[in-house]
Write a protein of this length. Structure first.
Length: 238
């Protein structure tokens, strides 16, 4: 090795894929000074944990102070995105409810995951990996608690699942599976029918825990061809 070569210093950087569901699955991006879109994130301070750094950047870059669920997504090393530093890029998945974020900073905007703009540092792939992670978590956990309002109808919850999964989910079967797993329960309240056509009041439900609970470790959603009216697959036996 050339004796004059210089090893770059290693520096940890956190970047968060923030996901929410309105009528579609969206991610939160901020516009860098040079005009490109970016995941919220930045360098980790000395003595700061990775989670602490991620929450700090979410608050300062995009105004997110309430996160329903936060977890590490993956880690990549890069020596080509900074002139002097070898960056250790730690990706995070952050799930938030639609009403958890108020007015956004002027350089911040929500973007449909299905229609992403070019994202700096090649982080479009991180958004898709986060989407895949969330798809999987809906199969075996109560992860939707972090995306849903405090109370909801089964039809509203099914619409949330559909926005993430990309295909129809039966509200009745979804409620049956999640209720059987003990992660969903009726509140005792009902919702008046919408519009003037009348109809039966819809029961309101809530998640039984505001922390991630793994309910069926080996479960998986059926592929779209079989899932149109079935919801989650039953947990494998044995």
């Amino acid at each position: 090795m050339d004796g004059n070569s210089r090893h770059p210093l290693a520096a940890p950087v956190v970047n968060a894929v923030v996901l929410r569901v309105t009528e579609r699955l969206e991610t939160l991006l901020w516009r860098r000074p040079e005009g490109t879109w970016s995941l919220p994130g930045g360098f980790v301070r000395e003595g700061e944990s990775l989670d602490e750094a991620t929450r700090r950047h979410l608050a300062s870059k995009v105004g997110v102070t309430v996160v329903g669920h936060l977890e590490q997504l993956d880690t990549h090393a890069s020596a080509g995105t900074h002139p002097e530093l070898w960056l250790l890029d730690i990706g995070y998945l952050a799930l938030i409810a639609p009403r958890a974020v108020g007015e956004l900073p002027p350089d911040t905007a929500w973007h449909p995951v299905a229609e992403l703009p070019p994202i700096a540092f090649g982080h479009e792939g991180a958004v898709h990996r986060a989407h895949d992670r969330l798809r999987g978590k809906l199969s075996y956990s109560n992860a939707a608690f972090a995306l849903a309002p405090e109370r909801f109808t089964l039809r509203e919850l099914a619409a949330l699942y559909e926005a993430v999964l990309g295909y129809a989910v039966s509200p009745t079967n979804l409620g049956r599976v999640l209720g059987r797993d003990g992660i969903l329960a009726p509140t005792g309240a009902t919702r008046a029918p919408a519009g003037s056509a009348g109809g039966r009041p819809a029961a309101e439900f809530a998640f039984t825990s505001a922390e991630l609970v793994v309910s069926r470790p080996l479960a998986a959603f059926r592929p779209p061809a079989r899932a149109a009216a079935t919801g989650p697959a039953p947990a494998p036996s044995g």
